[in-house]
Design a protein around this ligand. Sequence first.
Ligand SMILES: Nc1ncnc2c1ncn2[C@@H]1O[C@H](COP(=O)(O)OP(=O)(O)OP(=O)(O)O)[C@@H](O)[C@H]1O
Length: 969
Amino acid sequence: MDSFNKQDPEEIFDIVSALGQGNYGKVFKAICKQDQKEYAIKVMLVNEDIFQISKEISILQNCKNQNIVGYFGSFFKDNAIWLVTEFCEGGSALDLIKIIQRTFNEQEISAVLYQALLGLQYLHDNKKIHRDIKAGNILLNEKGEAKLADFGVSAEQIYTNAEKQTLMGTPYWMSPEVLGNSKYNNKTDIWSLGITAIELAEGEPPYSHIHPFRAMFAIKKNPPQGLSNPTQWGQEFNDFVKKCLTLDSNQRPTAKDLLSHPFIKQAINYSQYILSELVIENQELIEQYRQENFNRDDDEDDENEEEEEDQEDEHEEDDNYRDHRQVEESYDDDDDDDDEEEEEDKVTRAKNKKHKVFHQESEETENYIEDESSTITDNKSKSYSQNQSSKFQKQLKSQQFDDEEDSESGQYSQTDQESQQESQGHLEEKSIKQQQMLKKQQEKFSVDSSKQISQKERLLESNQQQFTSIKRKQEQDESTTDLRQLSKKLNERQDDLNQLSKEKLNQNGNKGLSSKSKELVEKYNKNCQEFNDTSKENSEYDLDQLGQILKESKELKSQQADKQKKNLGLEIDQNEKNKQPQVKQNTQQKNENNNKNQDIHEEKIPNKKKITHIDELDDDDMSQYDSNTMVINKHVDQPTNKEFVECARQMESQGMLGNFKSDNQKAASQKQQNENKNHIQQQQQPQNKQENKNQQLSNNQAPPLGQLQSKLQKLEKEMLLEIEVIKDRYQKKIDDVLLSIQSHRDPKAAQTFQKCKKSSTKLMKSISEIHLNSSLLEFSESDLEKSVFSQSKSDLQLFEQMKNKLLEDDLKSQQKAKEKKQNVTEQHKENNSYPQNKNNQKVEKNSNDLEPDSKQMQQPQRKKTLSILQKMSKLPFNFQVDDQMMNDMNLAEAHYKNLENQIYNQPQRSADGSRLLGPPPSQQQSSSKKYLPFEFAPIQKSKDGNVGSNEIQVGRNVPFSFAPILNNN
Ligand SMILES: Nc1ncnc2c1ncn2[C@@H]1O[C@H](COP(=O)(O)OP(=O)(O)OP(=O)(O)O)[C@@H](O)[C@H]1O
């Protein structure tokens, strides 16, 4: 008890939701107010089970292992113990089977068992026995870790023969030796693990269809039951189960033995990865399941409280039968008193567990009812109450019949008046008593049956709720299909645009499009193509997200279009009047908002001309607008984009496109139009024909902007959120795989890591492309600059620069080195007549002459390299280093090494090859270290467990950090 924290747990934690119900209490999800981390808290009322609870605490306290659920402390409040453990997002393996509504496949089973075995190995090495291994006690988290939990019945290993053995565990998972009279040890956990393997594969342990006490008997007497359909499973899995279920515990393998079983060994590479996928993919369903269970538990709690008194006696028997949960039974064959105590104990425990049992009972009934239609359920509840009442009627009749019989027999058998009267009085009394009793019974029956009816009604209600939720899910699925179709449409639309741009290019190809313009258009086409490819590659989830946004945007636009249609014709003049101030205001706002950005931009691109049509661009102009500027400086006119917007509008007017983008584009065009107008008015330049055309078009078609803009802003925010979510998701995956690589040096995981990174970058690129190409949402310059895409692009450029610089400098220094070498050789030739000793001195002197020169040459270059490297070190975490870049880096490194070797290390031979030139070996070593600009080193994790953001990932199979070495001087 000393170990309990004295603080009020409610001051430390916020209870968020219920996670589940155990035998000893409810488990809640909580958030620590201080660090905002999630925890699981088991709240257990203190009663006679205090021994179990404190044992669980003490065992958890002493276990620190990745595959044992982490313990953070315990509190005592209001006669309840709060046990704080680490939160496992996936709940138990059994929960997951229920949630995904299928059993695990062989890969998933091996993944769970591999980690469970690691946990068991740790426990057994520390002389502990779990004693309650089952799928319900293996928790899974988002990282794909499987953890043993629920140590309520665990024990320190008992070795002495004098010790009384305790029967503990959950019947179907118990080993024959636990059920028999023999002593048992940690091998009992291995048996239970074998049963758990069957449970994961089939959803139920063997003998689950029979009464648990009978099952206990069967386990003890019968040969082990393996998988019920062995041919359905691989040979290795069959063998694994068989080995776990070895009858003789001495022959049964240990956890360590099983870790090298082929069925388990294969899981080492993928265990965490696939479990993480399983948990993350089903996170929504898991939450839903918890929510539903929580509601049901609450209802049932209330109900049970009401029924507790009434049903206590009647259900006691049932309780014993239905208690599929833990059975704890001390036994001693020779001692009858013990048996009695044990019997009493059982009853007390059964009472304590009644809550749980009721819960299970109604769950079973409910499951049954779930299979039936609601009408059948209704009928069932009715017929049940009918049965009850007819049963009661029968009883009533028989009672009445007995009474009548009694009174009749009384009439004929008694001759004496007094005794007759006496007897009659007695009979009357008896009859009154019986009638009272019957009345009571009648009342009780009616109460019971009405309770049963209301229970059934509740079940019916929950059934209907489930039905509605299934229906809702179906609707969701339908809308997901809708979204998928939408995203498909988006792709098709991109194809259309592609096609259109190609046609346009062909048409205009000979009409004086400058080569730069052509190049630009081609680049745009390529981007579109790439976007199509990547968006096809991206997961359905991402497409769904994008589809959702597009759907909303479409709805918004169609609303706008409807409104506009209404206004058109009738109120066009009015509309025009109303529109102008709004547009003006927006333009003003926009101008104000973008003032800073524009200033910055003006600095970057001086003398920038405002371009409104691609034909207005000449080669000089085009040189200012390379692809990067297009991406980063969004507010710069993008001729290709405008071109396509116009084409799209034309297509639309010809009925070739829906109104999917038009409103937005019109809005953008209107805004641009106004901006241009202002600009041109300022410069007092005549407007060209094309602009007039555009203005006419936009004046006729542009929608009112106020509402649209605020909705667009909302959409933009949502889009940003979506991006964050997607980014997070990938980031999490990357982190996890990274961890797994680090812990296992696992090439498969490394591959996945690379894949994740690639798809993450692709995704970011796609998103940026959507921003750029569809003009769906307007990003400010700074937003765009923040985006990973643009960042990566400029960083890539930086890297290119660095590489070229290095190669250039390298070449120069090689040339210089050559020249120096020639000088040295010539000088050597001159001094060839010197004695050996002197000669060496001379050479050393020459070598020293070389050093300052090389240093001079190296220092500025080194500085530059370092500054570039430092810049690179600010790259975002998910900056992708592809093979090409990897090669470049290796190349750069090799060049440096080479250079160093040539200048300082490589002992050079004299022209005739007879003597070595160069510094003594001691000098060689130090110089080589001193001048190496960077090296590959294993990644160091920062305190918070993340890979530092200032480290660059350089992936072969194992990630490395790329850290510049500081000058020793
Ligand atoms: N750390 C946790 N993280 C997430 N969910 C948890 C955690 N601990 C328990 N749960 C959920 O709460 C449920 C109840 O857990 P608990 O350990 O109290 O009992 P149990 O294992 O179901 O029953 P018993 O105690 O009879 O073995 C679990 O099945 C699981 O769904």
